[in-house]
Design a protein around this ligand. Sequence first.
Ligand code: MOS
Length: 719
Amino acid sequence: MTTATTATTATTATTTASTAAQPHAVGVAHTRIEARDKVTGAARYAGEIPFTELAHGWLVLSTVARGSVRSIGEDAVRALPGVLSVLHHGNAPRVKDDVIGALGRPDPIVEVFQHDRVPHAGWPVALVVAETSEQAREAAEALVVEYDEEPHDIAFHADRPGIYTPQDMEATKGDLDTQLAASDVVVDAAYTTPEQHHTAMEPHAVTARWHDGRLQVFDSNQGSKWIADDLAGLFSLDPAAVHVRSEHVGGAFGSKGLRAHHVAAVMAATELHRPVRVVLTRRQVFATTGYRSPTVQRVRLGADPDGRLRAFGHENLNLTSNLREFVEGSAAFGRTMYDADAHHTVNRVVPVDVATPTWMRAPGEAPGSFAVESALDELAERLGMDPIALRARNEPAVGPMSGLPFSSRRLIGCFEDGASRFGWADRDPRPRMRRDGRWLLGTGTAASTFPAGAVPSTASVTAEPDGTFTVRITAADVGTGARTALTLIAADALDVTPERVRVRIADSDFGPAWVAGGSMGTRSWGWAVIAAARDLRERLPLTSGEIPDGGITARTDTAELIAALAKKERYAYGAQFAEVAVDVATGEVRVRRMLGVFAAGRIINPLTARSQFVGGMTWGISMALHEEAVRDEASGGHVGADLAGYHVAAHADVPDIQAEWIDDPDPDDPVGIKGVGEIGIVGTAAAIANAVWHATGVRQRDLPIRPDRVLLAEARRDA
Ligand code: MOS
């Protein structure tokens, strides 16, 4: 598991790594290591790294939603100023379509220019390459593509044909119908969430070139080794011949895996023997990089008069493409959250003529928690019970479906702490009782949870002759502060101050590591860094203090350590509280304040962890009130695929948000991390929707809670 290399030339430099008593870095607020570079513009992003001989590619996207390409008028475009190439299915190199990478088979949406089929609107049909970005764009927009169009179908609703249940997507315990029939109180309600987009501030961008016999890729991604290995597979290259770097990333949220622009840029760089950059416009980001599927969900809860759940049913439907099955696993949320005599939860999908949806901001848990945590609020209302007491009443001792113990579970601790901070005890449970001028006021709460996993990763730590340490790991800092967190973890593991630790990330040459995803990045990477640091300390020359030129390096893989983890239910938890003001004359909903209290493992850097929680809760406001991608059924494409047409919560939408945490280190790993990446969005939209009910007396079961929906609810209420 451990390999170490020792350089041969000794110097007299010393290190005090093993002897100095240092303050602990983990748990102490630390500004981002790269903060100065970012705010001064010194930090280079994938689309702005300078190269000589750089050529620019511009994607041409299909204007039809289904059919085939009949002709591509490339001759006229090749004659335009600066144009170097027009790549399309008629001339592009073939890629392998049976690659299985670290995260499974790459989505076939990356297999561009391989055939004349058009599977969805916005499918890339050509890449125009030119000397400048402007010339490439001009030529791409002039390219005449003719299609043989076929009827398409993008309709998404629960009554349509083609719905099926993928393998392993259904979980059953007891008989739901029997227990519903035996329940004193039943809630049976449908909830919907719309198509949502990641909208990272930095659009996707990549530069590819051949250099010293290797394919070099300068990218914005969530995992450089993942991208490198998938590219190696697609282009039948030795993995060692592919080098991917992604130093700074301006947001990802699940969307920055391998995509069409990577493949197109590599094809063009290979053909032209020049560096080729492809930067996506915001509309191209909407069309080609993935999104969260809309969901239609049905929740059925049956309870005894004291609130004990007899029946827990949750059915979820999402759409997927005709290219690949993607499940938005909303119905998994309840499997570890609430016990009941009978459980039935299922995720179903239906393929339609769209691009494949993908992971986005707590995939599954975010929409699933909206439905379940709203339904529980409805159940509490019918029972005349406090919503927090209802959750406490159904707190399981072991995993409701698995029977496994929880590694730790402090959900109720979060609610108790949150209730006292928020002032929940003073709440009048009756709806539509509080008013502030034109505003009706209400408060709501909901539970959060997110899986706390770790994935094997490799890291190396080098003791340098000058007394500093260099950590290398193919981590990605997508804006979370992961680089800084790893610096603090490494400092403590080496027993030195963070100033003596240099963490280098986002370089596929550093070896396999988990991606920035699933809220498992910092835990997986931190574990590997700790393991490598421990191995290094065993090898340091304690007596002579001499570190040779080139340093001493320990390189460690955590596969065995993670495989040895005891089987338990490992989750982070949280309690969300929201206060809203609703103007029922205009339909406007304002969130006035929000509080989230989390039990999410050891907090490495309070500064960036709080920022991540607050950011996640902001995604929740956005999900509750704003975000909704609209497709035109006639064209199959998006309407308003930009940040004017697609609303995300902006500064003026976001009130005072407080994020707090209670102590909850994972007991079984050396880091104690559970992961804070995504839990902030879980339950948030339900807390806001529950608060809107409390303000108005009307349930909002469809997101986003738009003004027209508030007005319609008011009209129904008056009728
Ligand atoms: Mo994320 S949706 O964990 O990439």
